[in-house]
Design a protein around this ligand. Structure first.
Ligand code: HEM
Length: 148
């Protein structure tokens, strides 16, 4: 598994733990009123689990597993950019949603997330190719490999 995928997946797992914790706190607060602030965790819970966990996990596994060009997984710079933008976006939108006030952090977070998706697609798009191209060394002229 390449370094970028390990980073995506480990970060996704951190969001899974944080998102579940926020959900558990909200759930507990429904049974036993602990503190009214806990209900404000809802946007953070949703952001961390839907984007921080689910999307990020998919990015990590897709970067690792989708067809390669020989040993290359295409331009990595855009994937690093995607990782940075995605996590800046999740933090801005998740934590910004906690602060009942300015909508700007959430908007900035959403824009960063869109940028992350765009950058990821730049890397992924040419890697979506029929198996016969991969097996025959076709497409971009590279065959299958045993790259890590
Ligand atoms: C991948 C897992 C999960 C995802 C994607 C997820 C997503 C969501 C979403 C989208 C909502 C908002 C629903 C709405 O506004 O109608 C929500 C609400 C909620 N979630 Fe989760 N959730 C997950 C796991 C959990 C877990 C494990 C817990 C508790 C331990 C939890 C507790 C809650 C609670 C208490 C609410 C508020 C429900 C209400 O409106 O009364 N969630 N979740």
């Amino acid at each position: 598994m390449p370094k970028l995928s390990r980073l995506f997946v480990r970060t996704a797992l951190a969001y899974l733990v944080a998102g579940f914790t926020a959900g558990a706190l909200m759930l507990a607060n429904k049974g036993v009123a602990l503190h009214p602030f806990l209900w404000r965790l809802l946007p953070l819970h949703v952001e961390f689990l839907l984007v921080g966990w689910t999307v990020q996990f998919i990015f990590g596994v897709a970067f690792w597993i989708l067809p390669r060009f020989g040993t290359s997984r295409g331009p990595e710079g855009v994937v690093w950019l995607s990782y940075g933008l995605l996590n800046a976006g999740v933090l801005l939108a998740g934590v910004g949603g906690l602060l009942a006030g300015s909508p700007w952090p959430v908007l900035a977070g959403r824009l960063a997330e869109m940028g992350a998706i765009g950058a990821f697609v730049v890397n992924m798009w040419p890697r979506i190719k029929p198996f016969r191209d991969v097996a025959a060394g076709g497409g971009r002229g590279h065959g299958p490999s045993r790259a890590p």
